[in-house]
Design a protein around this ligand. Structure first.
Ligand SMILES: [Zn+2]
Length: 245
């Protein structure tokens, strides 16, 4: 990593501090690749992956599905197993509309603080309830809060799950957000990624981990406005084991 040998002894002390910092960062950052490969964002600047976490949510998901269907947009939904169990028909409706579906654990814990056995149970439980509901195994996984540890990634791989993070997060779950504010943050983030010559994979929330029925209509309305204002060359993509398509 050192490009010159000029200050190696000094750099050593700095490097160990930096390594500790990197590790803390890697635990929480959705952009970090320190613990292994995850899917972050599609490669082409005009590609956009809309991803929705913490559903299914009867208070927001049906309206979101209508908005996406009217514009023929395919998105990705990372579902919480406990909510899938309560909302099997809505889960099937998401799949029937052609959207990609992923595992977002059974109960949405902070996985870096969980035992290896609990991590496995959370991932297996969600994959199993999705399979029982949809009749097929899912292959995508998003860790709650984007929080990883090597054992989380390893467990996901062993269960045939590709881990998907994001490169744009807009805080849409915060009670203080407004629809206009969300729209502005979304457009700014997508424009910044375009300027940096990469696509956007944005994490949004049609549900909330606390319970079914969380208010997420500001997110839904912001997405509707965004879809009507996006550049005409925008291509919607979803993640898969092979990348984006
Ligand atoms: Zn979540």
């Amino acid at each position: 990593m050192l490009s010159s040998g000029s200050s190696i002894s000094v750099a050593f002390g700095v490097a160990s501090l930096a390594a500790a910092g990197t590790l803390a960062y890697a635990t929480l950052s959705a952009q970090s690749q320190v613990f292994g490969r995850t899917l972050q964002a599609p490669p082409l600047p005009n590609q956009l992956a809309l991803t929705f976490d913490d559903g299914p949510n009867p208070a927001a998901t049906p309206r979101l599905l209508n908005i996406l269907a009217r514009r023929n947009v395919r998105a990705t939904f990372f579902l919480i197993g406990d909510f899938v169990r309560l909302e099997p028909a809505l889960t099937r409706q998401i799949a029937a509309a052609g959207h990609a579906i992923g595992n977002h654990t059974m109960t949405h814990p902070f996985l870096p603080r969980c035992s290896a056995a609990r991590i496995r149970a959370e991932l297996t439980g969600c994959s199993d309830i999705l399979e029982a509901t949809l009749g097929r195994r899912v292959t995508l996984f998003r860790p709650p809060h984007g929080a990883l540890r090597p054992v989380v990634l390893r467990t996901a791989r062993e269960l045939g799950l590709e881990t998907v993070q994001w490169n744009l997060i807009v805080g849409d779950w915060k009670p203080s957000v407004t629809t206009d504010g969300l729209l502005h943050t979304l457009e700014k983030g997508i424009a910044a990624n375009r300027a940096a010559k990469r696509g956007t994979n944005v994490v949004l929330h049609d549900g909330g981990q606390a319970s079914l029925g969380q208010p997420r209509l500001k997110t839904v309305e912001a997405v509707e406005m965004l879809l009507d204002r996006l550049a005409p060359d925008t291509v919607f993509v979803t993640p898969s084991a092979g990348g984006w398509g």
